[in-house]
Design a protein around this ligand. Structure first.
Ligand SMILES: N[C@@H](CCC(=O)N[C@@H](CS)C(=O)NCC(=O)O)C(=O)O
Length: 215
């Protein structure tokens, strides 16, 4: 199996987190052909997006959520999916709340990074939505070592890359730490960063961001 990925993409990072945490036999590659819209890459993933997982028979699975869910199904002994219907629902709920109410609204901020072209109202509205999203998430977080239970699951794969960008937003927009007021999420965030797979993914994302900033 191969994963087409790039270091900074939070979506690709979600899939890498599952692969690293569970030592899954997946080769990680950059998109070939000079970019996501190259003919070579479009022949692999017609959506022209990363990540994309390519199975050994050539089947392509795009979309980070679907990839991580596939890996959980394909490697049932990995522990990527927690055991029991209730814990599985909780993992799906945490991933969904993170994607819909934090990652989704937060993506509006990528277009507002440049102070010269920044639209203040868009930034303010987005931060209000982020606080709502963190309020929702905070309800479902627990004191477990990980998002659900005592090991990395699909829920952590969704959370870690998205939480990483909140630190970037806090620095860029001077709005303060958006995670800190949401105490259960904040405690989780401080715990999970010491996990080796999370630390590896976060290190890759931070190095890619530093390289981009250096031009
Ligand atoms: N919903 C997709 C989003 C993937 C995505 O938008 N990836 C970005 C990189 S961070 C991309 O490929 N952008 C190129 C494009 O949308 O044309 C997922 O979860 O995998």
């Amino acid at each position: 199996m191969k994963l087409y990925s790039s270091a900074l993409s939070p979506f690709a990072a979600r899939a890498r987190m599952a692969i690293y945490a569970k030592n899954l036999p997946v080769e990680i590659l950059s998109p070939p052909g000079g970019g996501l819209k190259s003919a070579e890459y479009l022949a692999i993933n017609p959506m022209g997006k990363i990540p994309a997982l390519v199975l050994d028979d050539g089947t392509v699975i795009p979309e980070s959520d679907t990839i991580v869910e596939f890996l959980a199904d394909a490697f049932p002994d990995s522990g990527l999916r927690p055991k029991g219907a209730e814990a599985m629902a909780k993992a799906r709920l945490i991933a969904r709340v993170t994607e819909l109410y934090i990652g989704g609204p937060g993506s509006a901020l990528f277009g507002q990074m440049n102070p010269a072209t920044r639209h203040t109202e868009t930034v303010d509205v987005t931060f209000a939505k982020l606080h709502d999203g963190f309020n929702y998430l905070n309800v479902f977080m627990s004191d477990d070592a990980y998002a659900v239970g005592d090991t990395i699951t699909t829920a952590d794969c969704a959370l870690v890359p998205i939480l990483m960008f909140q630190g970037v937003f806090a620095m860029t927009f001077g709005k303060g730490d958006v995670i800190a007021p949401h105490t259960k999420v904040a405690a989780y965030w401080s715990r999970v960063q010491s996990d080796p797979a999370a630390a590896r993914v976060l290190g890759e994302m931070q190095a890619a961001m530093a390289a981009r900033a250096a031009g």
